[in-house]
Design a protein around this ligand. Structure first.
Ligand code: 1CP
Length: 345
């Protein structure tokens, strides 16, 4: 069982002694202990073997005074469970064995995740909950339907911005909606199962929502995300958007309650626009982690000060940490957050 620590207290807009802090992609290639395991195992082995997965998830927790652990997994595990297996190719990123661009492609995909297919994720969460200190929050996650569809339609990572899905949105809007609905059902089931397995909160990553204009966002992204919010009402669901948070009105944001924002705009912009009842997560520019320690500490304090002393702020980056960051710089960032003036009610 979890004893509410800083992370969960902040989710409830309660006062804490210091801001909760964790980093997107906190387990990963910038850590030498991660690279050591990666030399001996494929990415898939690391994700699908619960003992390895738990070990990698805990690596950043052992190094730093963080408030949350996010399970080492990937958004693509769900596509694999639906019948589109992936590989991670060194230097290129994810590649799927197939694409879905026609009604026949969609028909040949599973209608839902079969019992057992993602048990390795849920088993890993069980192991982690037992090993983590009770005041640390355990996070599960999934890709948002739109971001998953980008990979499913294009067949993997793309340097040129997923043109295939933009084509599909123009030529076959009904088919694209069906794809997004199928993915939404699967995301809801996967998030619920992670919460059931011991996750205290789940994050939905909409990394590619920002390629859409405001109108397209309202058509292709928002209805599916609203269905996820409704299906998980009462649970802690953090919605991470890159390049699109400013599309949300206060009423729309309120449905999500926990919003992770990128670094394009200061936190005070979102606080002013969305009000005091939303928990904001973010938003140090990940590039700030390359600065020398004094400048990095100054940038970290700028984010903390910009939010102001009120509760409801989870410190994080605006996007994931990159593999080139010196691990000591993360230490500087976390210590700066800890040393900052406490949150007041
Ligand atoms: O060691 C390696 O070569 C693998 C690199 C790697 C890692 C460490 C991949 C392949 N995935 C992961 C783990 C991962 N992926 C986590 C771990 C938990 C954490 O510590 O935060 C998470 C949350 C993800 C989520 C993820 N995967 C997203 C959304 C978040 C984001 O950063 O935007 C996306 C878009 C992916 C796809 C993916 N998987 C891997 C890579 C390199 C990518 C991105 C590729 C691309 O830009 O298209």
């Amino acid at each position: 069982m979890t004893t509410p620590g800083r992370f969960l207290q902040t989710c409830d807009l309660r006062q804490t002694d210091s801001r909760p802090v964790w980093l997107m992609r906190q387990a990963g290639r910038y850590l030498p202990e991660y690279r050591q395991i990666r030399e001996r195992h494929s990415f898939k082995e690391m994700v699908t073997t619960p003992e390895l997965c738990a070990e990698i998830t805990l690596q950043p927790i052992r190094r730093y005074d963080l408030d949350a652990a996010i399970i080492f997994s990937d958004i693509l595990v769900l596509l694999e469970a639906l019948g589109a297996p992936y590989e991670i190719i060194e230097g290129r990123g994810p590649v799927l064995e197939r694409t879905v661009r026609s009604a026949a492609d969609l028909d040949s995909l599973s209608t839902g995740v079969e019992a057992g297919d993602l048990d390795y994720v849920y088993e890993s969460l069980g192991l982690l909950r037992a090993e983590l200190a009770p005041e640390l929050a355990l996070l599960g996650f999934a890709g948002a339907p739109w971001t998953l569809a980008c990979y499913l339609v294009s067949g993997g990572s793309s340097q040129d911005g997923f043109p295939e899905i933009i084509g599909l949105s123009k030529d076959e809007p009904v088919l694209l909606t069906k794809i997004l609905e199928r993915l939404t059902d699967a995301v809801i089931a996967h998030l619920k199962a992670q919460l059931q397995a011991g996750a205290d909160a789940v994050q939905v990553f909409d990394s590619w929502a920002g390629m859409l204009g405001r109108e397209q966002y309202r058509e292709l992204v928002l209805p599916h995300m609203q269905r996820i919010a409704a299906a998980l009402a009462g649970e802690r669901v953090i919605y991470f958007l890159k390049g699109a948070t400013h599309y949300l009105s206060a009423a729309e944001a309120a449905q999500f309650r926990l919003l992770s924002v990128d670094h394009q705009r200061p936190l005070s912009y979102y606080r002013d626009k969305l009000g005091g009842d939303i928990v904001l997560q973010g938003n140090l520019d990940p590039a700030a982690l390359r600065l020398d320690p004094a400048e990095l500490a100054a940038e970290t304090r700028k984010v903390l000060a910009d939010h102001g002393p009120g509760p409801g702020h989870i410190f994080n980056l605006g996007h994931g940490i990159t593999p080139d960051i010196p691990p000591e710089h993360v230490q500087v960032m976390v210590e700066t957050v800890r040393a900052f003036a406490p949150v007041t009610a």
